[in-house]
Design a protein around this ligand. Structure first.
Ligand code: M6R
Length: 615
């Protein structure tokens, strides 16, 4: 949440910052701003605008932007409404220091009151402005240089932050720090880039340093990078090579990233399996699993912790691990788990699922479980992210950058990795016979081509979207492995089209939601389960008897459901444990088209941000 970009070097900073902010806009789009230092007039020029980065660009046209140092921010509002005043950067009391910030300073109110008592006044309602006033106050009071003052101030604040600070009187230096909010430094040739993730950096350099919690970096125009902890301990920067290419960050011929990412799934699912499966030779090997095999195979229980779409993938993980590997599983909302006092011990394995690898609640749940001695396993998309680093072992899903706020290819990547792990463990633990093991392997390898055939039904799905686009509510039903898919379908619809939607286990319908059904309530039923086919047919009959409109996702050739449903979308047959990888695809497309037809911004739905780094 909130995107940070900063630059120091020989190039013009403004275009680099704006380009980077556009890449980070998925993290928040309530307002955007930049601070630039003009060498000729010696002034710091701060431009801020409510709304998207384009509003800022339009505002800045014809204004002085000459600068080889600068900081920029795209905001997801926490403290203070989204407007020009609360937009970042914020200035210190004297106007000498400018700061951009991602995170929340929880004790800002008491600091603010103390500063007001010392004569400070504030223009915004933000916690960020309080922090930069505090830094300057400490600098002046204790006669410290900026780096020292930042260190002292950060030791006094409670909360989360990724910050970059620029000093008008020293335009040869930027100071950055992080705690529980991501920050990465790109090292170029005599230049540095600082950003919330690597996407603004990758076109300039592949060399990066990910800051750890409570680290402060000082970058100088002469190419010097110094890393220290808040406790003033010198650290050696760990320089890593980025695994990302620029094409992955572009929309290409697609109108929206979400559509591009939906259509990338045959490739992204293949990437999630690459090097981990071989149907010809009949094996699955999941590297991360191997490295912690003894602990994982001996686990009394898996606890899957995640949020949102990743939590839905986790629910599918529960079905997979319990059925195939016979390991007991609990699936936790990370936001709840972190504040309970769950019974977790050294025999537990916590599996964290996260696309961004930065979700604050998931990180906090992991930190708590780590203290209790559990083994931590991460299934993450963003390479080098906080969750990837805190876990003892893990498996990247290798989906490539997911930029649309609505998660699509990350979900199928997560389910693919969970399936690989469950099949692997099930076989190694002697819970599934070799014949079934080989069948699942060969079926898993065929999933990408089956996803492709579903994508080819895009026009049919678009037609159905057109028929139901004006609805106010929708009910999604599924059984077994497809119950979490019903939840995911409902989430996709609500987050991008703002239509109220609920996901339910199909059999639960008669315990309440059936009261909602009338001719205005479309019911989307995921009906491709082999094992419960007759029961699903009964559920559909129950909906039809109450004049509900049924859109059914069925297995190719299912004439029974085709005759009773209003619309059917046929998908290829597969083994039930793998069926979510297929059944979710039409639901993603359906939501996409409905949202587009209702004039919604599919990639940047209102109030949301891609990476939820605050509570
Ligand atoms: O990056 P994470 O997977 O940890 O994010 C979790 C949720 O915030 C995320 O899945 C969210 O629900 C998406 N907007 C769903 O499309």
């Amino acid at each position: 949440m909130c995107g940070i970009v900063a630059y120091i070097g020989n190039k013009q900073a403004y275009p680099i910052i704006i380009n980077g902010l556009r890449r980070l806009e998925y993290r928040g789009y309530d307002s955007a701003g930049v601070a630039l230092h003009n060498r000729e007039d010696g002034n710091m020029h701060v431009y801020k605008r409510k709304g998207k980065v384009q509003e800022l660009v339009d505002f800045v046209k014809k204004k002085p932007i000459e600068s080889t140092i600068g900081i920029g921010h795209t905001r997801w509002a926490t403290h203070g409404k989204p407007d020009n005043i609360n937009a970042h950067p914020h200035l210190s009391g004297s106007g000498r220091l400018a700061i951009i910030h991602n995170g929340i300073i929880e004790n800002y109110d008491s600091i603010k009151k103390a500063l007001i008592g010392e004569g400070h006044s504030f223009t915004s309602q933000t916690d960020t402005e309080v922090l930069i006033h505090l830094i300057e106050a400490i600098q002046e009071r204790d006669n410290l240089n900026l780096e020292e003052a930042v260190r002292v101030a950060l030791s006094q604040v409670v909360g989360a932050y990724a910050i970059v600070i620029m000093d008008k009187e020293n335009p040869n230096q930027l100071i950055a720090a992080r705690k529980a909010s991501p920050l990465v430094i790109g090292i170029g040739d005599g230049e540095f880039f600082i950003a919330s993730d690597a996407t603004p950096i990758v076109e300039y350099t592949q060399k990066v340093v990910y800051l750890n919690d409570e680290e402060i970096a000082v970058v100088n125009r002469d190419g010097d990078l110094t890393l220290k902890t808040i406790a003033n301990e010198l650290k050696t920067p760990f320089v890593q090579q980025l695994e990302m290419n620029i094409e992955e960050l572009e929309k290409g011929d697609y109108e929206y990233f979400m559509l591009k990412e939906i259509f990338e799934q045959p490739t992204s699912i293949t990437s999630a399996m690459a090097g981990r499966i071989n149907a010809g030779e009949g094996w699955i090997k999941v590297g991360g699993l191997m490295s912690t095999y003894d602990k994982i195979a001996a686990a009394k229980r898996f606890i899957i912790a995640a949020c949102g779409t990743s939590w839905h993938a986790g629910l599918i993980g529960e079905y997979l691990f319990e059925e195939l590997a016979r390991i007991p599983v609990e699936v936790e909302y990370a936001s709840e788990m972190r504040y309970r006092n769950p019974i977790i011990g050294t025999d537990d394995v916590i599996i964290a699922l996260s696309q961004s690898g930065e979700t604050a609640d998931t990180m906090a749940a992991l930190e708590m479980a780590k203290k209790k001695g559990a083994t931590l396993y991460g299934i993450v998309n963003s390479v080098g992210s906080s969750i990837a680093r805190i876990t003892d072992a893990g498996s990247y899903i290798h989906a490539g950058p997911e930029i649309g706020v609505a998660s699509t290819k990350a979900f199928t990547g997560q389910v693919t990795v969970l399936a690989l792990m469950a099949i692997n463990l099930g076989y190694e633990r002697g819970r599934i016979p070799r014949s079934y093991y080989l069948q699942l392997i060969s079926e898993l390898e065929r999933i990408p081509e089956k996803v492709q055939t579903i994508l080819e039904k895009n026009d049919q799905i678009k037609f159905i979207a057109g028929e139901i686009k004006d609805i106010s509510n929708a009910l999604y039903l599924g059984r077994g492995y497809n119950f979490p898919v019903a939840l995911e379908g409902a989430l996709k619809l609500k987050e991008i089209s703002y239509i109220h939607a609920e996901g339910y286990p199909a059999a639960e319908m008669k315990h309440g939601p059936i009261a909602l059904i009338d001719e205005n309530m479309p019911v989307i039923i995921i009906a491709n389960n082999k094992s419960a086919h007759e029961k699903i047919v009964s559920n559909i009959q129950e909906v039809k008897a109450r004049k509900g409109q049924v859109i059914a996702i069925v297995t190719e050739g299912d004439t029974v459901i085709s005759e009773i449903a209003d619309y059917v979308i046929e998908i290829p047959e597969t083994d039930e444990p793998l069926s979510p990888l297929l059944s979710v695809i039409p639901l993603q497309l359906l939501s996409y088209h409905i949202a587009l037809m209702r004039g919604c911004n599919v990639d940047q739905p209102r109030n949301l941000a891609k990476s939820v780094t605050v509570e």
